[in-house]
Structures are given as structure tokens and as C-alpha cells.
Design a binder for this molecule. Structure first.
Ligand SMILES: Cc1cc2nc3c(=O)[nH]c(=O)nc-3n(C[C@H](O)[C@H](O)[C@H](O)COP(=O)(O)OP(=O)(O)OC[C@H]3O[C@@H](n4cnc5c(N)ncnc54)[C@H](O)[C@@H]3O)c2cc1C
Ligand SMILES: NC(=O)c1ccc[n+]([C@@H]2O[C@H](COP(=O)([O-])OP(=O)(O)OC[C@H]3O[C@@H](n4cnc5c(N)ncnc54)[C@H](O)[C@@H]3O)[C@@H](O)[C@H]2O)c1
Length: 484
């Protein structure tokens, strides 16, 4: 058994662990990263990248079909084999050698295997060949082990080996009939992709779609999925499931309806990857999400074994926001603050400080790549009300903007902006419609920059773009007079 010492040990080389490593190594620390599967994590091989790769061809065809002159040129149907081939390119055929080279280029050591904490600042790695490597950290250990699909406790469900997002995004042979359990982002996106493949999709959601977003978003995505041929059961869950001799999935809804599919995708949320991480050796509960402070340090709650601020949890595992870009943002802050603490430099973990993940609470951008797309940042009207803010809610029909009509015939879309009346700044925006994703960042900048509404009148959207909706929203809000 070998023991190696580093300034920083990172367990989990997903997008988040990689970002922590990059910042800490560029700050001059010696860094080792431990990975049990592929460098690049869930996002690169089984989540963000392959899901967007299989969604984009359907979106491109739909976009062409919405434009007279281009629509006439779309005569065939989607080439599923070609879609999957393009997906394979984007996941590098599930080969991480490019990422390994990148780690080497930024001076980060890699230990392949399953990492477990064995005590304060100590990690043991069991390699694929059964060998053990012991690591000790001079300064910090970062847990960035991410999350896995949650399988609810439904009779027979685990036994049928249901699909999770991994099988749905990594599919080699597309099923004729796919049942999807869940009404969140994975369910909406995978229903959209598989409908575009021509699969018979049945969606079972225990409430409406896309809970937590503005209600008009989920309603529009639901209507579009139904229009595209998906069968949707709302207010329902699955009571039991089994496979018959033909290998088909037979499942029963909680109202007694019996249905059959070739595969069943479970898209009911995520569970922390902390079950077999040695958390018990430092007084923490295995299988729990790890609560952190604004600089991503695990909260001690009086636990002496993690005092001294050596343990960090970054990305999905801290359960603040389960999104790659937000985890990477946390990773940059964590990497930098670990360097500052190691070198005895000044730290700034206050609101909007360089070492704080403040945007996690104020401005999380997120895009659901359904058709129509839903792009949102900051608060919804409901969340603003619950936060006790005095707000004005501005709604505008995106389809009436010239840029939208030119973009697509009969464009249908909606924008909602939430303005904090006491500070006169934007605190939330939701955009719904084809191709709205790329419009989101302007809203993120306005919220993070706390740009006064009066100043936004000087941010002129180019004509004729869909961004002209900003002008319509400002008109609805009202322009200040010289006396104001
Ligand atoms: C279908 C799907 C689509 C998504 N699409 C998007 C999207 O479009 N945009 C977006 O922003 N987010 C998306 N997400 C969310 C995104 O995938 C996650 O937020 C992101 O992957 C989290 O990054 P992470 O580094 O924290 O964890 P992960 O990506 O899960 O990486 C954690 C890594 O740690 C390793 N690991 C775990 N335990 C150990 C251990 N004990 N020892 C060694 N290694 C270990 C794992 O093997 C893994 O490589 C999607 C999620 C899903 C499921
Ligand atoms: N485009 C993106 O950014 C993107 C895409 C996919 C996933 N993600 C991330 O991945 C995470 C996981 O996505 P997800 O869709 O699995 O989770 P989710 O939390 O978004 O949705 C889970 C859904 O499952 C339902 N559900 C839970 N238990 C159920 C049960 N027993 N029976 C029936 N329904 C049940 C919930 O009501 C909810 O509708 C999300 O939090 C999201 O942040 C992001």
C-alpha cells in the first residue's frame, strides 16, 4: 500500500471536481483527483451532453417546419441511427482519454478507483485491480461525487431493471413504446426526444409538468407533448410493475389502469452519491446530502471531526442546485478559497464576494430543452410572493414581437418578468417558446448586476430580434420621468 500527500484531494471528477482542480492547481496547490468511472462525470457521458445531442435534431427539424419555404424542404423523417451516431461523437464513445490529457495539462494527478474518507484529511482509494492507495491532504478534501437516479419504492419497479436517465441518453436500440414516470426536467426532455424518434411515449406524472417553474411553462410543454402524440396521465403514479415472458413491462397506475411498454424510464429525481464514501468515519451520515456554507465548506454542526474547515462539498452532492453550470460556478469559488486559505491570503465569502456562491440563491439560470423551450432565471411570481417581496409581474406574448414572427411562422411564446418594486430591479424572468434558450443570459446579467429598470431603457435590443420583448416589458413597467 502506498501513501501520497497532496495539498488538496478531490473525490469525484465530474464537471465540478474538474473545475475545483483547475482553480486550485492554477493557484499553486498540489492536487489529486479520484474517479471511479469516467473523467467528466454524469454530465459529459449520461446527462447534459447526450440528452442535448439527442434533442437537437428533432428541434432542428421542428424549426425548419415552422418556416414557410424551409418547411417544404423537410420531406423525410428523423434519421435515428444518425442521431445516435452524432450522440456517440459528443460522448467520445464513452472514452475519457481526452479528459485525462486535460488533467495532465493542468498539472492534476489522477487516481482511478472508488474513494472513501477514512478520517480527517485522509482518503483511501480502491483501484479497479483491487489495489489500495492512501492519500492525505495538507489542506482540504473536496467531495464532488454528484448524484444518481432515485428509484421510488414501488412494488416490482427495481426488479424490472427500469431505465434511468443513463439508459435513456445512452440508448442503442430505440424502443417502440416508452413509459416515463415523473414530471420534471428529465421526463419532459426525454419525452420530447423520444416523441421526435417516433416512439410511442406514455408519461405518468403525479402532478403537472415542470413544478417549480412558472405554471404556464409546464402547461405549454404538456400541450405540445400531447399534440406531438404523447399520452400523458396527470395526477397519477405507478402502483406496480413487472416484466412478462416477452420482456415487456406491464405496469399498473394507482387508479388501477393496466398498461404495457417496452421500457420504463424512471425520472423521479436524484439521490446523493455518498452512501459508500466513509462519511461515518468523520461523524457524518452515509447517504446524506452535505450541507455547506457560502464558501462550500461542510457545516460542522458541532462535529469536532470536521472542524478546522478541511472538508468541502461542491456540486450536486450539496443539493443547492442540481445543474452543471451552477456546480462549476461553486467549483471555481471553492478552488479559489481553498488556495486563499492554504496560502493565508484574504478571503471574501460575503454576498457576491469572489469566494461565495451567492448566485445559487439569487440567479440560477436553467433551460429545459423541450419544445417549446423553457428558460428561466431568478424568482417565479410564486417564489417572490413566498419570499415576501413587493413585486410587479410583467407578462408579454412573445409571439407578437416582429423578431419572433420572422423567426417562425405563427410563433407561440410567453415571457414573464418579476420586478422588485422596492429596489426597482429585475429579480426573475421566464421565457417560453422555440429557441428562447440563448435569450436567457441577458436576464441573468440584469439580475446579478442589479441593473436599475431605468437604466435598462438604454440597453437597446437589435431589430428585428426576439429580444425586443425587453422593450415591451419596459413599456409595461413604465418609464421614469425626469422628475422621478
Ligand atoms: C438526464 C440529465 C440531463 C441533464 N442535463 C443538464 C443540462 O442540460 N444542463 C445542466 O446544467 N445540468 C444538467 N443535468 C444535471 C447535471 O448532470 C449535474 O448537475 C452535474 O452532472 C453535476 O456535476 P457533479 O460534478 O456534481 O456530479 P457528477 O457529474 O455526477 O460527477 C460525479 C463524479 O464523481 C464520481 N464518484 C462518485 N462517487 C465516487 C467515489 N466514491 N470515488 C470516486 N469517484 C466517485 C462519479 O463517478 C462521477 O464521475 C442533467 C442531469 C440529468 C440526469
Ligand atoms: N436541462 C437541464 O438543465 C436538466 C435536464 C435534466 C435534468 N436536470 C437536472 O437533473 C435533476 C433531476 O431531474 P429529474 O427530472 O429526475 O428530477 P425533478 O426533481 O426535476 O423531477 C422529478 C419528478 O418526479 C416526480 N416524482 C417523484 N417521485 C415520484 C413518484 N414516486 N411517482 C411519480 N412521480 C414522482 C416529481 O413530482 C417530479 O415531477 C433536476 O433537478 C435538474 O436540475 C437538468
Amino acid at each position: 500500500m502506498t501513501t501520497r500527500a497532496y495539498d488538496l484531494i478531490i473525490i469525484g471528477a465530474g464537471p465540478v471536481g474538474e473545475n475545483v482542480a483547475d482553480r486550485a492547481a492554477s493557484g499553486g496547490l498540489s492536487v489529486v483527483i479520484v474517479e471511479a468511472e469516467l473523467i467528466g462525470g454524469e454530465c459529459s457521458y449520461w446527462a447534459c451532453i447526450p440528452s442535448k445531442a439527442i434533442l437537437r435534431p428533432g428541434a432542428a427539424i421542428a424549426a425548419a417546419r415552422r418556416v414557410g419555404g424551409a418547411a417544404e424542404a423537410v420531406t423525410g423523417s428523423i434519421d435515428v441511427a444518425a442521431v445516435l451516431k452524432r450522440r456517440d461523437y459528443w460522448v467520445s464513445d464513452w472514452d475519457d482519454s481526452g479528459q485525462v490529457e486535460w488533467l495532465q495539462s493542468v498539472g492534476v494527478d489522477l487516481v482511478r478507483g472508488h474513494g472513501r474518507i477514512t478520517g480527517p484529511r485522509a482518503v483511501s482509494v480502491t483501484g479497479p485491480d483491487g489495489s489500495t492507495t492512501s492519500l492525505v491532504a495538507h489542506h482540504a478534501v473536496v467531495v464532488s461525487t454528484g448524484s444518481a437516479a432515485l428509484i421510488p419504492d414501488v412494488p416490482g419497479l427495481a426488479e424490472i431493471e427500469p431505465w434511468t436517465s443513463r439508459e435513456a441518453t445512452g440508448v442503442q436500440t430505440v424502443p417502440k413504446r416508452l413509459a416515463i414516470l415523473g414530471g420534471g426536467v428529465v421526463a419532459a426532455e426525454m419525452a420530447t426526444a423520444y416523441v421526435s424518434f417516433g416512439t410511442e411515449v406514455t408519461l405518468i406524472a403525479r402532478s403537472g409538468l415542470l413544478g417549480g417553474l412558472e405554471p404556464f411553462a409546464g402547461e405549454a410543454v404538456l400541450a405540445a407533448l400531447r399534440e406531438a402524440g404523447a399520452s400523458v396521465h396527470l395526477g397519477r403514479s405507478i402502483a406496480s410493475a413487472s416484466r412478462n415472458e416477452a420482456g415487456e413491462v406491464e405496469y399498473t397506475l394507482d387508479d388501477g389502469t393496466g398498461l404495457v411498454a417496452d421500457e420504463l424510464l424512471v425520472a423521479t429525481g436524484r439521490t446523493p452519491r455518498s452512501e459508500d464514501l466513509g462519511l461515518e468515519t468523520i461523524g457524518l451520515k452515509p447517504g446524506s446530502w452535505l450541507d455547506v456554507d457560502e464558501t462550500l465548506r461542510v457545516l460542522t454542526h458541532g462535529n469536532p471531526q470536521i472542524e478546522g474547515g478541511w472538508l468541502y462539498a461542491v456540486g450536486d452532492i450539496n443539493h443547492r442546485v442540481l445543474l452543471t453550470h451552477q456546480g462549476k460556478y461553486q467549483g471555481r469559488a471553492a478552488g479559489d478559497v481553498i488556495v486563499a486559505r492554504a496560502k493565508g491570503l484574504a478571503q471574501d465569502g460575503g454576498t457576491w464576494g469572489v469566494h461565495a456562491a451567492t448566485a445559487d440563491h439569487r440567479a440560477v439560470p436553467s433551460v429545459v430543452f423541450s419544445d417549446p423551450e423553457v428558460a428561466s432565471v431568478g424568482l417565479t411570481a410564486d417564489a417572490a410572493e413566498k419570499a415576501g417581496l413587493r413585486v410587479k409581474v410583467l407578462d408579454y406574448d412573445l409571439g407578437t414581437v416582429s423578431g419572433s414572427g420572422l423567426h417562425a411562422d405563427g410563433y407561440t411564446g410567453q415571457v414573464r418578468a418579476i420586478v422588485d418594486l422596492d429596489r426597482e430591479v429585475l429579480v426573475g424572468m421566464t421565457l417560453l417558446g422555440p429557441d428562447v434558450a440563448e435569450m436567457l443570459h441577458a436576464a441573468t446579467i440584469a439580475i446579478v448586476g442589479e441593473v436599475p429598470m431605468a437604466r435598462l431603457w438604454h440597453a437597446v435590443p437589435a431589430f428585428p430580434t426576439m429580444s425586443e420583448v425587453w422593450l415591451r416589458l419596459l413599456e409595461a413597467y413604465g418609464r421614469p420621468t425626469a422628475e422621478d
